[in-house]
Design a protein around this ligand. Structure first.
Ligand code: NAD
Ligand code: MG
Length: 390
């Protein structure tokens, strides 16, 4: 039987890579739902190419365009108001959660109910809503697999391993496009430069997060949510070649690392084929000794990348601190991409929000529902805007 697949955020970098994997093995997969925000042209093309049963376009101004273009096909078209859960009766085999930002939280929660397995690339969803997501995962007996390359690797390295067996978990960072430029020059970098990642082709938001290493702040928080290891065991190490994705130092003297090419199709395909109870059996490229010989590792200079000091603050200042930092960062990245603020203002402004007199009140809340997360997210967005727009 064909495996039923849904992709939330199918027109983005992760969404497209997921469809590329499926395209090579169409006979085994049935794409039953794709969703997108603005890129209606890509959504229409994907719907036709994969004979998709249902599509949802979030931005309602494009709804009629999608509806008209697909009227001669069997694809049903849904608008933003549709509750994803109402589209399906039974459970799908696999859903890829690949929307960017906390906007993906509600759709991911909805998808857990109708998916046997949910693969989550959308790290903002994990760091802001894990308390709620994990309850739903348990309730609906849905399996969660992380797609972020470092977390996918940590999971591979720590299957059946408990906290006591591990001394340290290293998450590698490429260092982004500004690894070797002096801090003074970072003041004036432009969005086009910040989004030019040396190793990965990704969406704009995560590319900016990678340029100032906020992405690593989020990834440590993401790891502390997903895995039950002591949060003090995580460390960031710069590895410009992005060939090693994570390293685990065990108490028994062994150190293990996972290496693979910078291609998100590797974690995606491995999770997509996990239903076979085995990992994806595709030929791995010959190991290039040149690549191995050129591998380098460096400690992070927090003077140049002060974002990393936010990790401890995020982990020790209340459960909803990650939600506040994430919301603030989403607003600031948008302002930077619109050329309204400078590159270094992103981390500077996030630090300011910790000093706000209302910060503690919101950060210390215990999130019981998505509404609690939403409320704190809204507060942080408005506060951040008020700090930038004078
Ligand atoms: P992207 O910007 O390329 O794509 C985002 C997708 O989300 C698009 O399909 C867009 O239509 C959809 N979307 C955006 N806003 C939406 C909204 N309000 N409602 C519904 N849909 C919306 O982003 P990406 O690079 O594919 O990243 C997606 C997620 O995966 C991010 O959370 C990112 O951190 C994570 N991730 C990405 C990579 C990568 O290599 N790209 C690696 C690791 C983790
Ligand atoms: Mg990553």
């Amino acid at each position: 039987m064909k495996k039923k697949i849904a992709i939330l955020g199918s027109t983005g970098s992760i969404g497209k890579s997921t469809l590329e994997v499926i395209k090579k093995d169409k006979k085994n997969f049935d794409v039953v739902l794709l969703t997108a925000n603005n890129n209606y042209k890509k959504l229409i093309q994907q719907a036709k190419e994969f004979k998709v049963k249902n599509v949802l376009i979030k931005n309602n101004s494009f709804y009629s365009k999608v509806k008209n273009s697909l009227k001669k096909t069997k694809t049903k078209v849904f608008s933003a108001e549709t509750n994803l859960g109402s589209i399906f009766s039974g459970k799908l085999d696999y859903t890829m959660s690949a929307i960017v930002g906390v906007a993906g939280l509600q759709p991911t929660v909805d998808a857990i109910k109708f998916s046997k397995t949910i693969a989550i690339a959308n790290k903002e969803t994990i760091i802001c809503g894990w308390e709620i997501l994990s309850k739903h995962l348990k309730k609906h007996k849905t399996k969660m697999l992380p797609i972020d390359s470092e977390h996918f690797s940590i999971l591979e390295l720590t299957k059946n391993v408990n906290n006591e067996a591990i001394d340290e978990i290293i998450i590698t960072a490429s260092g982004g496009p500004f690894l070797n430029i002096p801090k003074k020059k970072m003041i004036n970098v432009k969005p086009e430069e910040a989004t030019k990642h040396p190793n990965w082709k990704m969406g704009k938001k995560i590319s900016v997060d990678s340029a100032n290493l906020m992405n690593k702040v989020f990834e440590v928080i993401e790891a502390t949510k997903i895995f039950n290891f002591n949060k003090k065991k995580y460390r960031i190490v710069i590895h410009p070649q992005s060939y090693v994705h994570s390293i685990v130092r065990f108490r028994n003297g062994l150190i293990k690392m996972i290496l693979y090419n910078t291609d998100m199709k590797i974690p995606i395909s491995n999770t997509l084929y996990s239903y076979k109870g085995e990992n994806y059996q595709k030929k791995t490229k010959m190991i290039d000794t040149n690549t191995l010989n050129k591998m380098t590792f460096l400690n992070v200079d927090t003077k140049r990348f002060p974002s990393l000091k936010l990790i401890d603050k995020c982990l020790n200042s209340g459960r909803l601190t990650p939600t506040i930092v994430n919301a603030s960062n989403e607003v600031l990245v948008d302002l930077f991409l619109a050329k309204k603020i400078g590159f270094l203002d992103i981390v500077k402004t996030i630090n300011k929000i910790f000093k706000d007199k209302e910060f503690k009140k919101y950060a210390k809340r215990n999130p019981r529902s998505l509404k609690d997360v939403e409320m704190v997210d809204n507060w942080a967005r408005l506060k951040t805007l008020s700090m930038c727009v004078r």
